[in-house]
Ligand binder design. Structure first.
Ligand SMILES: [Fe+2]
Length: 330
């Protein structure tokens, strides 16, 4: 009977996605080591500093703190890692160096699109016109990044240099968004496709059709969900061929959905598996006229909120296996 299959399918799915977890680490025992290294070496080039810092982390981090470097996004790993107290000095150059070193250690390959200044997130001029934008001040609805791109963005990482507005990144597990779906709706979600469109950060309109849920043994269930609404182009995600009512039902539950927050403290590094967690931002704790003022005058050293960001595919390492090379390959 199909009903029984649907029930089994839905309960397997629910059980698997309810096991997704976030790891929080505290590098507080290394803050002093990082900062004394920084004070001696900060005159050097950024790429040299990054290499030195990667080595410092590999030398001084405890085994339990390096364990998750290659586990983010795996079926038996974790969906996100939040690391606190990597540093406490408010220095954009230190924050960027730490960010790049940790992004490397987590095997994140950062991708720069020519149409997007993606690295630094802070209040920029015209922020008040584009509220729902990383460089604006408005709240940002739960989404995964860059679903309209051809490339798959496996990871998103953010490092807090400064945030006097105390606005942490919020993140949502799909199991907390899908808990009100019945078995039939779960089945629709598991089989449906949606069209994803680009927003303010891209000039022109980019589109991609994807399955909303994908499964693989290695990575488990991966999701493509984006509930943002673009002021010009409308919903960033539309069902391609049926299933829109399921997306609408999830959207209706968003205001009351359980979510988690990172910390807004200087020295926090957060990496999320882009297809296992949706991220969001509450409205910045700063009033509109202040935001406007700051956007026109702020620099890296004065902006009230400065985060560094990387996003892109996971770096793959291939084993050296001679049996896969043929004689013809000489
Ligand atoms: Fe985002």
């Amino acid at each position: 009977m199909p009903d029984i299959d649907l029930t089994k399918e839905a309960s397997y799915f629910r059980e698997k996605i309810s096991k997704e977890k976030t790891i929080t680490l505290d590098f507080g025992y290394l803050t002093g080591v990082v900062e004394s290294w920084w004070n001696k070496n900060n005159h050097q080039e950024t790429h040299i500093l990054k290499t030195q810092l990667v080595n410092l982390f590999l030398t001084y981090l405890r085994a339990e703190d390096t364990f998750y470097f290659d586990k983010v996004g795996l079926a038996n790993g974790c969906a996100a890692v939040c690391i606190k107290n990597v540093f406490s000095l408010d220095s954009p150059k230190l924050a960027l160096t730490v960010h790049e070193a940790l992004a490397d250690l987590f095997h994140l390959t950062d991708i720069k699109y020519e149409y997007e200044e993606h690295k630094a997130l802070y209040l920029k001029p015209f922020a008040e016109k584009y509220r729902e934008w990383g460089n604006g001040h408005g709240d940002i609805t739960p989404h995964s990044d860059d679903l309209y791109e051809n490339l798959n963005v496996d990871y998103l990482a953010l490092t807090v240099c400064r945030d006097i507005t105390k606005t942490p990144t919020a993140y949502y597990f799909p199991c907390d968004l899908l808990c009100d779906l019945n078995d039939e709706e779960m089945h629709e979600l598991l089989t449906m496709q949606a069209t994803f469109i680009s927003g303010k950060n891209v000039s022109g309109l980019k589109k991609r059709v994807r399955h909303v849920v994908k499964f693989s043994e290695l990575y488990g269930f991966n999701f493509s969900l984006d509930f943002r609404i673009d002021s010009e182009n409308g919903e960033r995600m539309r069902a391609t061929d049926g299933g829109q009512h399921v997306l609408d039902k999830i959207r209706a539950g968003l205001p009351n959905a359980r979510c988690h927050v990172s910390t807004a403290e200087t020295g926090t590094f957060l990496i999320v598996a882009n297809h296992k967690i949706l991220h969001a931002r509450p409205m910045l704790n700063i009033d509109a006229s202040e935001a406007r003022e700051q956007a026109h005058t702020s620099t890296f050293n004065t902006t009230p909120r400065l985060l560094f960001r990387s996003k892109g595919p996971r770096k793959h390492y291939f084993p050296l296996d001679e049996t896969t090379y043929t004689r013809e390959a000489h």
